[in-house]
Write a protein that binds this ligand. Structure first.
Ligand SMILES: C[S@@+](CC[C@H](N)C(=O)[O-])C[C@H]1O[C@@H](n2cnc3c(N)ncnc32)[C@H](O)[C@@H]1O
Length: 243
């Protein structure tokens, strides 16, 4: 299958260079996802420009933050972002997907089978999986606030090393809320990637990125048009993954 000219153009306009086989596999994923999207509400990013400018952009920022061979859990995978593109971009990783809505988990399994990826899909709440499984990094986009995720993961820190959360400009508010609630007392947080959101209009399917952060100007770590990836891990823990 040749690369769709609109996909190629969307990559080129952002100066994104991908290995041809990787681009082909990403295209197969997106076409499968859009096909399922006609039956099930999986995404509103139904053009190549939106896929590249929003979904792939986040995954390309996330990929280099993971160490070789890491066991990664995508909590709240939904349409497969970031887990599936991550597994395609970094085939050395051991990626698993957790999706709590059974119908979506089933579709994720179908897509994974079609793509021939070695990625287990769990029809389960991600935090519940951590009762029985260990992962080095939990990744997550557009599932819940920092406070919510910290609460979910609080009893499970022995079974993950760190979280990498893909967030939008409101991450500072979310961080402050988590601190205010005392949820960060035993945790540390570091911004490990920051990148322009570019031409992105407000989006309400990306709750963390839907409007400018009013605190942003007061915080040198933040800007109203930046996407960020934040790393959260327990105080005192020396991470052997990431950098
Ligand atoms: C808004 S979608 C985001 C999908 C995808 N991560 C993205 O960035 O486009 C959130 C998904 O997380 C799932 N979800 C919510 N809480 C969850 C949990 N605790 N464990 C696993 N899945 C969860 C929902 O069913 C939904 O499919």
């Amino acid at each position: 299958m040749s690369l769709d000219p609109d996909f190629a153009a969307a990559l080129q306009s952002r100066s994104i260079e991908l290995d041809e086989e990787v681009a082909q596999r990403l295209q197969s994923y997106v076409l499968a996802m859009w096909r399922w999207n006609e039956q099930l509400n999986l995404t509103r990013h139904t053009t190549w420009d939106l896929f590249v400018g929003r979904d792939l952009r986040d995954c390309l920022q996330l990929a280099p933050l993971l160490s070789p061979g890491e066991e990664v859990l995508d909590l709240g995978s939904g349409n497969g972002v970031p887990g599936i593109p991550l597994a395609i971009l970094r085939d050395d990783l051991d990626v698993s997907l957790a999706e709590s809505v059974a119908k979506r988990a089933k579709v994720l399994s179908e897509m994974i089978d079609e793509l021939g990826l070695p990625v287990p899909v769990y029809a389960s709440r991600g935090e519940d999986l951590l009762d029985d499984f260990r992962f080095s990094t939990l990744v997550c986009r557009a599932v819940g606030s920092v406070a919510k995720l910290c609460r979910w993961i609080e009893p499970h820190w022995t079974n993950i090393d760190r979280m990498l959360l893909i967030k939008g400009p409101r991450w500072v508010e979310e961080r402050n809320e988590a601190r205010h609630l005392g949820l960060m007392n035993e945790l540390q947080m570091r911004k490990v990637a920051s990148y322009p959101l570019g031409d992105e209009p407000p989006s309400d399917d990306r709750p963390a990125a839907d409007e400018a952060d009013s605190d942003a100007d007061a915080d040198s770590d933040s800007s109203s048009d930046q996407g960020v990836i934040i790393q959260i891990w327990p105080k005192g823990r020396v991470l052997t993954v990431g950098n």
